[in-house]
Ligand binder design. Structure first.
Ligand code: 6LW
Length: 529
């Protein structure tokens, strides 16, 4: 065990990267990098809480906490039990769509949609880092449920029929108390969605997104003296978009799906999603969470960062920036639980994963469920958060028979992934394989013979390629091959998610007793991209 701890501290295996923290002004976007779309935010005293969508991954709806809106720390997930989150058979970007988080009268509420089954629902808790309630289901259809509390009432908005609808509900039972009424269909952009209502200076403001979650994405706003309208559109809409000429070469694209928050010092801020194209017009990291200051004077419309565009490096005054805790990207599997960054695909079979068989090792039991279907394979992964990174895993495959396999996958979804793995051959022969799944194609790209025992598998990401390297000693790495990022990008693969780096084990036969022993896993960014 001492050996393992020492190994993990070696900079070659694990870089502990100190997040930039300062007390000056300015910050780096995205504030939560990697696949973290559809952010929603609320505040309790000096603490901010933020949730994002999670689709076919389990647990669902990661929740983050911050004191300065710039540095976010994950404190858990809202949906941790199968009774809250049934992901059975959820295919590409099934499962959990956009969540909303609100705090009212000592209770946190999170409303979201399970698109694969059940529709819109709410869970609640008094402790956002602890367990959340079982769901109460909502009658009003559409997606992107949002809650607005006022005077003992709770209003629900969603977007059935390409229009934002509003009704009154009981958020603890889900019961609908008033008829659903259409209130605004936006400025004419496709997919009016992501509604949130705020009250300011005697006006109800209705913030939505339009244009779809692609290059035409935009945030628009309307207001009314009455909650059910009529809503008048802001003449300066959209208030945030990168679809125009002034953002043509901006490395951030697809800005939309926003939520607003007023800090205790009176300043207003917007969190929203966007993506960072690479290798031409392709994005791999999914839609990420960004932050922008908002100027919102009395009785006027909100203005996002001056002209409705944002930058990676935001040179603006911030809240007092808190010194961040050092962020470790290395997992040595010494703890009794995996960190919050690790997720499963759909509802996992818990006895296929163990951290207790051998101290300091993750055991992955091979099953016949592959990465290509809609059942839950033996897979546990973390997000790619940076365009340039290196990830190294040290692992072995035990008690394997012919064609059992285990390794690391660069996984966009069940139809688009690159798999790099140890494969058991005949008579003790063992190979290392690079295989790709691109739609209906599933060929082996490369295969080499390797010795038995621990092997270091390394994936390096850059703007254009994923490179796959291996080593038997952890110092000398050989390149097996590299694969083009574009074939598994969102533009090619479709869906709403981003790349996961996943550890997996697959048995060729139901009788397989094979399991992988994972010694440690290091992920580190090469640059602060
Ligand atoms: C989400 C919708 C959207 O529900 O994408 O970009 C959908 N916005 O509001 C899935 O994330």
């Amino acid at each position: 065990m001492t050996m393992k701890v020492t190994k993990c501290l070696l900079p070659l295996f694990c870089i502990i990267y100190w997040c930039t923290s300062s007390f000056g002004q300015g910050y780096q976007n995205p504030v939560i990098p990697g696949f973290h779309p559809d952010p929603s935010i609320c505040k309790v005293e000096d603490s901010y809480y933020l949730v994002t969508s999670s689709f076919e991954y389990f647990p669902g709806v990661p929740i983050f906490q911050s004191n300065d809106l710039v540095h976010w720390r994950q404190i858990g997930h809202c949906l941790t039990r199968p009774s809250q989150l049934d992901l059975e058979k959820s295919g590409v970007s099934g499962g959990i769509y956009a969540p909303t988080i609100r705090y009212h009268d000592g209770i946190f509420y999170m409303a979201t949609t399970n698109i694969t089954g059940g529709g819109n629902f709410i869970v609640h808790t008094k402790d956002p880092a602890g367990e959340w309630s079982d769901p109460v289901w909502l009658r009003q259809g559409g997606i992107d449920p949002s809650l607005y509390f006022e005077g003992g009432k709770c209003y629900l908005s969603t977007n059935p029929d390409n229009c934002i609808y509003l009704c009154e509900i009981n958020p603890l039972t889900g019961e609908q108390i008033s008829e659903s009424k259409p209130i605004w269909s936006g400025t004419g952009g496709r997919y009016p969605e992501a509604p949130h209502i705020y009250k300011k200076d005697g006006w109800y403001y209705l913030l939505i997104s339009e244009g779809g979650t692609e290059y035409g994405h935009m945030v628009t706003i309307a207001r009314s003296k009455f909650i059910y309208g009529p809503y008048e559109s802001n003449p300066a809409n959209p208030i945030l978009t990168h679809r125009n000429m002034n953002a043509q070469t901006n490395p951030i694209q697809g800005t939309g799906h926003a939520d607003l928050i007023q800090a205790n010092d009176g300043t207003w801020w917007m969190v929203f999603l966007a993506f960072r194209p690479q290798s031409g017009q392709h994005h791999l990291l999914g839609r990420e969470t960004f932050l922008s200051p908002v100027r919102w004077d009395s009785d006027t419309w909100p203005v996002v960062n001056g002209n409705g565009t944002v930058q990676l490096q935001m040179d603006v005054p911030t809240l007092p920036l808190q010194p961040d805790v050092p962020k470790s990207y290395c997992t040595d599997f010494n703890e009794s639980k995996l960190g919050f960054e690790w997720n499963y695909l759909r509802n996992p079979q818990s006895d296929n994963y163990s951290l207790s068989e051998k101290k300091g090792y993750l055991h992955l039991k091979a099953t016949t469920v592959t990465l290509d279907g809609t059942s839950s394979p033996t897979f546990v992964g973390r997000r790619q958060e940076h365009i340039q990174f290196t990830a190294t895993v040290v692992m072995d495959l035990i008690d394997a028979h012919k064609n059992d396999e285990s390794g690391i996958t660069v996984f966009m979804n069940n139809r688009s992934h690159y798999d790099f793995f140890i494969k058991e051959g005949e008579g003790g022969k063992r190979t290392l394989v690079l295989r790709y799944r691109l739609g209906v194609f599933n060929p082996i790209a490369r295969e080499v013979v390797i010795p038995r025992g621990d092997i270091h598998l390394q994936v390096r990401g850059d703007k254009d390629y994923y490179s796959f390297l291996y080593s038997t000693d952890g110092f000398n790495f050989n390149m097996l091959d590299k694969m083009d990022v574009r074939y598994i990008s969102t533009e090619t693969a479709g869906g709403f998610t981003g790349i996961y780096l996943g550890l997996f084990a697959i048995g060729a036969k139901p009788s397989s007793q094979a399991y992988a022993t994972v010694d440690h896993f290091g992920y580190y960014p090469e640059t602060l991209d």
